[in-house]
Design a protein. Structure first.
Ligand code: DAT
Ligand code: MG
Length: 136
């Protein structure tokens, strides 16, 4: 069954020139791009996006980081797109939790700079898509 997920190539991924790499992996998996935009997120957008982490020790740094430079926001569509992109991304910690062959496992070392975001459920995806692409 086709569904949508919200993907971000975070500012570290853009700065490192990994946008094409991430998009190539999404396309090779058989997923489709439904929206794509390069933008610098404002604080309100970042705080809404990461609302579930408000109050955690890393929250302030996370909002600073995600607003700190241009990122690429995408809506990705396809069969089981939510878990499919989470599989491509790998676990949150690029060393401890992501395996080689995943985006984070292949290109990341630090949890704060783990290159990509992918929605963790269909409900999260619909919430996040409304934040980043209100007209979609
Ligand atoms: P994910 O991005 O895999 O869904 P998450 O939703 O738990 O992970 O956390 C959101 C982001 O916050 C994550 O991509 C990087 C950052 N983060 C998570 N845990 C962290 C920690 N212990 N220290 C620093 N940053 C962390
Ligand atoms: Mg998450």
């Amino acid at each position: 069954m086709s569904e949508r997920t919200l993907v971000l190539v975070k500012p570290d991924g853009v700065a490192r020139g990994l946008v094409g790499e991430v998009i190539a992996r999404i396309e090779r998996k058989g997923l489709k791009l439904a929206a794509l935009e390069l933008r610098t997120a404002d604080r309100a957008t970042a705080e809404q996006h990461y609302a579930e982490h408000d109050g955690k020790s890393f929250y302030a740094d996370l909002v600073d980081f995600i607003t700190g430079g241009p990122l690429v926001a995408l809506v990705v569509e396809g069969v089981r797109a939510v878990p499919a992109f989470r599989q491509l991304a790998g676990g949150t910690d690029p060393i401890e939790k992501a395996t080689p062959g995943t985006i984070r496992g292949d290109f990341g070392t630090e949890v704060q700079f783990n290159l990509v975001h992918g929605s963790d459920s269909v409900e999260s995806a619909e919430r996040e898509i409304k934040i980043w692409f209100p007209n979609l």
